[in-house]
Design a binder for this molecule. Structure first.
Ligand code: SF4
Length: 343
C-alpha cells in the first residue's frame, strides 16, 4: 500500500510468458475473469470480475507517464541525454522510497529501461469491454508512449464470436496487435468436462474471425488436460481445430493440477489417469503429427520441463518456437528421443 497518491496505479498479476520476457508494460483494463468456471484454472478463483472505468485506466496511464517523465528528467540531468539510464532509475527510486511497496513500479521501470516497446492489457478477457472504451484507452496509450511497437491481450473465444467484426477491426486499427486465446483443447467432450464455456466450433469461428480482422493470433493448448483417458481424442481433435484456424502461434501450456481447483481433486483421486512424462510427450507428438499448419509451435511455458540426455531442455523454450511445416520433422524427432528416454 503506498501513501503517495501521485504514483498510484493498478496492476494485475497474470500475463503470458512471452510478455514477461519482452518486459511488457502491464495495463489493467478489467479485473479478473468474467467466466471463471474452468475447473483446471486457479488464477482468479477467489476474485470477482469487474470492469474498470475508462477514466480510471487513462488515469493509470497518466501516472505511468509521470514516472517516465521524472526518470527521463533525471537521465538528462545526469548527462545521459535522451537515453534512459539505470542510474536515473536508481536515483528516482531513492527519491521516492514509498515506491518500494508499489506492486507495479518495478514492472514499469523495467519496461522503461527495455525501451518501452511492448504492452499487455490485463486481465483475462479485455475484449469484453465496450469497443469505444477500448479504442479510447488504446489511442491514449499509443499517443502517451510513442515508443510502443506491440500491444497484446488475452481474449476468450466466446467473446470474440460475439463481438462484431467491424468492432474488432476498430480495435485493431487503434493499436491492439495480438490476441492470446486459451483454446486448451479441440475435443468437445473435454471442453465440457473442464467447463471451458466454449465449443470446438466457437474456437474455430473465433480464431478465424480474429485472423480475418487482421490480428496476430496466439492459441494456447493444454497437453495432458484429459489425462490418459482422453489423451488420444484430445490430441486428434485439438489438431483438427487448429488446422482450421492456422494461427500465427500455437503455444503449449501443459496441464498441472492446481490446489484449490476441482480438477486438482479429480487428479488426486484418479491416480491411474495421470500421465507419465513419456505419455505426455507421446500425446504432444500425436497432436503435432496431425497438425497441418504454417504456425510457429512454441514451448515457452515453464511447464514444458522435459530434459534430454545431456540435461538440457528437450524442447526450445523460445517465444518464436518451431516453424511449421519446415521444422515439423525435427520437432517430431526430438519428441521421439524424449519418449524413448523417459520410457
Ligand atoms: S477463461 Fe481463462 S482465466 Fe477464465 S477461468 Fe477459464 S482458463 Fe481461467
Amino acid at each position: 500500500m503506498i501513501t503517495n497518491k501521485k504514483y498510484d496505479f493498478e496492476t494485475g498479476v497474470y500475463r503470458p510468458p512471452s510478455e514477461g520476457g519482452a518486459s511488457s508494460l502491464l495495463v489493467r483494463l478489467t479485473r479478473n475473469c468474467p467466466w471463471n468456471h474452468c475447473t483446471f484454472c486457479a488464477m482468479y478463483k477467489r476474485e470477482k470480475f469487474s470492469l474498470r472505468k475508462p477514466e480510471e485506466i487513462i488515469g493509470d496511464i497518466n501516472v505511468m507517464l509521470g514516472i517516465y517523465s521524472q526518470v527521463e528528467k533525471f537521465s538528462q540531468e545526469m548527462g545521459f541525454g535522451n537515453k534512459i539510464h539505470s542510474a536515473a532509475v536508481s536515483r528516482f527510486l531513492k527519491s521516492e522510497p514509498d515506491l518500494y511497496y508499489h506492486s507495479g513500479v518495478s514492472m514499469l521501470l523495467n519496461w522503461i529501461l527495455a525501451g518501452g516497446k511492448t504492452v499487455f492489457l490485463q486481465d483475462a478477457d479485455s475484449l469484453i469491454m465496450k469497443t469505444d472504451q477500448i479504442v479510447n484507452v488504446l489511442k491514449h496509450l499509443k499517443s502517451t508512449f510513442p515508443s510502443i511497437q506491440r500491444i497484446t491481450s488475452y481474449a476468450r473465444s466466446r467473446t470474440i464470436v460475439k463481438k462484431p467484426t467491424n468492432d474488432l477491426i476498430k480495435i485493431l486499427n487503434s493499436g491492439l496487435d495480438r490476441l492470446h486465446i486459451g483454446l486448451e483443447t479441440g475435443d468437445a467432450q473435454l471442453l465440457k468436462i473442464v467447463k471451458k464455456g466454449t465449443t470446438p466450433d466457437d474456437h474455430i469461428k473465433a480464431g478465424q474471425k480474429a485472423l480475418k480482422a487482421g490480428f496476430q493470433v496466439s492459441e494456447y493448448w493444454m497437453p495432458g488436460l484429459g489425462g490418459t483417458l482422453h489423451s488420444r481424442d484430445h490430441a486428434k481433435n485439438t489438431a483438427a481445430v487448429l488446422n482450421q484456424i492456422n494461427p500465427h502461434f500455437i503455444r503449449s501450456r501443459p496441464f498441472t493440477p492446481r490446489p484449490g481447483t476441482v480438477y486438482f481433486e479429480h487428479a488426486s483421486k484418479n491416480k491411474e489417469d495421470r500421465q507419465t512424462p513419456s505419455e505426455q510427450l507421446l500425446e504432444i507428438k500425436q497432436m503435432l503429427e496431425n497438425l497441418n499448419v504454417t504456425s510457429k509451435i512454441c514451448f515457452d511455458h515453464a511447464g514444458n520441463h522435459w530434459k534430454s540426455l545431456d540435461g538440457r531442455l528437450l524442447l526450445n523454450q523460445s517465444y518464436e518456437g518451431y516453424k511449421f511445416p519446415e521444422e515439423k520433422d525435427r520437432l517430431l524427432d526430438l519428441l521421439e528421443t524424449g519418449i524413448e528416454l523417459y520410457n
